[in-house]
Design a protein around this ligand. Structure first.
Ligand code: 5GP
Length: 196
């Protein structure tokens, strides 16, 4: 997606060899015009199949999930909540364990069962795809609910980490709007756009 690629090149930067910072428009300050276009791009990518709700993970996936939900005609957005502790004693939630790449910690993510009915078609949206832990955890919760993953929409995929390859091999339809292929002295390198 052209505008996203331009924003990444102009306003993003890398830390070390694997952390991408895009606080200027996606992770701290939110560029609403860009986010609106991101939502429309995900709608364009997944409009050929039924989608009943958008599923994401707090906090940084929520903005793109909202604009995607709007592009689909105001679908509900459900965001998984993170916790350091398990809730095995609580029968009212679905839960999955997720290793956080950015914080180097293990978290549990959970969703109240009543928000995710069996048979729902669920589109997963997130800001980044690195090793695929967050998306796998969300897909695991969809599976627990007896619902269906309609697809996985990612704003920025880090092509040098294994998540995209893993999820696609598992059969998920993964659409990334931009792919960072590497970091060279803080400068982000992007894959060529397939179509813009
Ligand atoms: P994964 O679960 O695929 O390993 O990592 C994806 C999650 O970690 C996303 O929800 C995102 O919030 C966070 N994340 C992973 N890598 C980066 C990164 O380079 N920059 C930022 N800002 N977040 C990242």
């Amino acid at each position: 997606m052209k505008e996203l690629r331009e924003a990444i090149l102009k306003q993003g930067f890398g830390i070390g060899h694997d952390i991408v910072k895009v606080d200027m428009f996606l992770n701290h300050r939110l560029d609403i015009a860009l986010l609106t276009n991101i939502g429309q791009a995900f709608h364009e990518a997944f409009r050929d199949q039924p989608v009943d709700m958008i599923l994401t993970i707090e906090a940084s996936g929520i903005a793109a999930a909202i604009t995607t939900a709007q592009a689909f005609g105001n679908l509900p957005v459900i965001f998984a909540k993170k916790s350091k502790t398990t809730s095995t004693l609580n029968n009212d939630v679905y839960e999955a364990k997720v290793y956080s790449f950015t914080h180097r910690t293990e978290n549990y993510i959970r969703i109240a069962k009543n928000y995710l009915p069996a048979g729902s078609n669920v589109l997963i949206i997130d800001d980044f795809l690195a090793n695929g832990e967050a998306a796998e955890g969300l897909a695991e919760i969809v599976r627990q609910a007896g619902a269906h993953v309609a697809g996985i929409g990612i704003c920025i995929e880090k092509g040098f980490q294994e998540g995209g390859q893993k999820l696609r091999k598992e059969g998920y339809r993964v659409v990334s709007l931009a792919t960072v292929t590497g970091i060279d002295n803080g400068k982000l390198q992007l894959a060529d756009a397939l179509e813009d």
